[in-house]
Design a protein around this ligand. Structure first.
Ligand code: 13P
Length: 334
């Protein structure tokens, strides 16, 4: 098999190495504010720093985590003992990455739909992030399923932004994670999700090609093909796994370095069970692993609850989730 040995292709392969996945800890100010508020934790700089420090200093985390996605503030913070978070992660064998989009805004003329912002000045920001030690980037597009949504225009506009970010990231020596998230909000059936995901991936890869993005130097971060969260028909994990792999095999070129799923609001247990079911199917041309936020962090955040005394319990909860997700991947060679 031809293997690209460029530094970016190597980084991409490290991120999806056997038995490993990514910790998404890149919650923006509004998102971390929401997660903290649910537990009545104040979203101060000190609390955000303390929380991220407990995550990144979890002993043995690097055994199942290859990379961590950070938010701008976090990439610049230091641990209590002095080393930066970037140094702390590297000492665990975990590559630091950075969320580079600036969140979503309403798409003009398309009520209910959004476009992701952050392309202006991105080349300069990427140069700075690379200097701070980031090795990869993430840009998230959001597609909502509703009557008549998403529109082709919304899919196209978001695919364009994803491709621009991916091309700029590769130019800056950073591996892009391309994240077109199809939300699970709604009562639609799984067929509708498969249809929307197909249209989205088709447009995303067509646009990445036009922008000359090198597929073996990037990762795709999709949602799983799920029924809407309020859909009355229950669907088994096996069905979800089959529909997900079918959709990806049909629409994702084999050259892509890897696929790293988001958890998207599934319970931690569901996200892990379904990842395991997908991997049990086998026969995929790419490694299939996790880049979970909530499905890795939720039990740890609850255990911590803003109290220093709970750090060991929170770290044990994170390690447990990381190990369970590792166990959902194909066994790695001894
Ligand atoms: P969730 O796994 O909580 O969906 O977060 C992943 C992520 O990075 C969202 O952009």
């Amino acid at each position: 098999m031809l293997t690209n040995s460029s530094p970016l292709a190597q980084t991409a392969r490290v991120l999806v190495a056997p038995g490993k996945g990514i910790l998404a800890a890149d919650e923006s100010f509004p998102t971390i504010g929401k997660r903290f508020a649910a537990l009545e934790i104040a979203s101060t700089e000190a609390n955000r720093r303390a929380y991220r420090e407990l995550l990144f200093s979890t002993p043995s985390l690097g055994d199942s985590i290859s990379g961590a996605i950070l938010f701008d503030e976090t990439l610049r913070q230091k641990s209590t003992a002095g080393p930066s978070f970037v140094e702390l992660l590297l000492s665990q064998g975990i590559l630091p990455g950075i969320k580079v989009d600036l969140g979503t805004t309403e798409l003009a003329n398309f009520p209910g739909e959004t476009i992701t912002q952050g392309l202006d000045g991105l080349r300069e920001r990427l140069r700075e992030y690379s200097g701070l030690g980031a090795r990869f980037t993430k840009w998230r597009a959001v597609l909502k399923i509703k009557d008549g949504l998403p529109t082709a225009t919304c899919i196209e506009a978001n695919a364009h932004a994803l491709a621009m970010c991916a091309a700029l990231s590769q130019e800056a020596g950073l591996v892009p994670i391309v994240e077109p998230e199809v939300l699970m909000d709604g009562d639609h059936a799984i067929d509708r999700t498969a249809e929307v995901m197909t249209a989205t991936l088709e447009m995303v890869f067509k646009t990445l090609g036009r922008h000359r993005v090198r597929l073996d130097e990037m990762l795709l971060k999709p949602a799983m093909v799920l029924p809407g969260a309020a859909c009355p028909q229950p669907v088994s994990d096996e069905e979800i796994a089959t529909r997900t792999l079918q959709c990806l095999r049909q629409n994702v070129p084999a050259a892509v370095a890897g696929i790293v799923f988001l958890s998207g609001g599934q319970t931690p247990a569901h996200a892990t069970q379904r990842l395991a079911a997908i991997n049990r199917l086998g026969h995929a041309p790419w490694p299939l692993t996790f880049s979970f936020g909530r499905a890795l962090q939720d039990p740890a955040l609850k255990a911590w609850h803003g109290d220093l005394a709970n750090v060991p319990a929170a770290q044990a909860a994170l390690l447990d989730r990381a190990r369970q997700n590792r166990a959902a991947l194909p066994p790695s060679a001894p």
